[in-house]
Design a protein around this ligand. Structure first.
Ligand code: IP8
Length: 247
């Protein structure tokens, strides 16, 4: 089984609020058609969830309860999710929408529910979930990142490979020269940040990838604008991106 995260910057234009990148979404869907193994998709918030989280100031003060913000972030994620589902359906794939409330109780994953996701994936459906604003008791909410979902799912389901589709070729050792890091094991590179990203951007991704690779699972950062690279990695032909080799 393969876990794939569609990063927010690949499915939306992060520079412009509420702007989907429909062509990129379609290209990703089309290439997934070539993967015969069961897959689970997680997607990020991009200029939908992150935009509203910033607008409603939900990213700074963890303790401030903002029901209006929660409602609006959730609604925007459903809107973005619907575009992904529509695209997968158009390319004759069978997505099965799973809002994270289906397998999370507040900020805790529900093991039994997550195990069910594997069964769904193996039954010919493609579970699709996403980062979201979640309620977790009394007047508390938090933004659950799709990257964190990847770690929760990987820990319980032990997929063969985790893929993060980014808007870059992978991780660069130097941003100016864009020198790609082909392989990492253990050591974490330093990362530059994107301000719109309320859940921690590339730093968070690298942290989660490193946690997953320590579970004995290979993690691959790949350019989602070149979805054939995803297919090649799944088919073990070539890793054209950054591979966090499992430990
Ligand atoms: O883009 C965050 O998910 P991410 C989703 O995977 C929201 O970090 C609602 C901002």
């Amino acid at each position: 089984m393969i876990l794939i995260k569609f990063g927010g910057s690949i499915i939306t234009n992060k520079e412009k609020p509420l702007s989907p990148r429909k062509k990129s979404i379609d290209n990703l869907s089309k290439s997934l058609k070539k993967i015969k193994e069961p897959i689970i998709i997680v997607h990020g918030g991009g200029s939908y969830g992150h935009y509203w989280s910033v607008k409603y100031d939900m990213h700074t003060k963890e303790k401030k309860y903002n029901p209006r913000g929660v409602a609006i972030v959730k609604n925007s994620m459903i809107e973005l999710n619907k575009m992904i589902l529509d695209s997968l359906l158009y390319f004759k794939l069978n997505p099965y929408c799973l809002p994270p409330t289906d397998f999370m109780s507040g900020n805790k994953p529900i093991t039994k529910k997550i195990k069910e996701i594997e069964k769904i994936a193996k039954s010919g459906l493609i579970p699709v979930t996403y980062g979201d604003a979640l309620w977790y008791g009394q007047k508390k909410t938090f933004i659950l990142s799709g990257d964190k979902i990847m770690t929760h799912l990987a820990k319980i389901l032990k997929p063969r490979l985790c893929i993060f589709a980014l808007n870059e070729d992978g991780l660069y050792s130097d941003l100016k020269s864009k020198k790609l890091i082909y392989e990492l094991q253990g050591e974490l590179p330093s990362i530059s940040e994107n301000k719109m990203d309320v859940t921690g951007g590339m730093t968070r991704k690298v942290e989660e990838a490193s946690k997953i690779s320590k579970m004995g699972i290979n993690v691959f950062f790949v350019n989602g604008n070149k979805p054939d690279r995803i297919v090649k990695a799944v088919k073990n032909r070539k890793f054209e991106g950054t591979l966090f080799r499992s430990k």
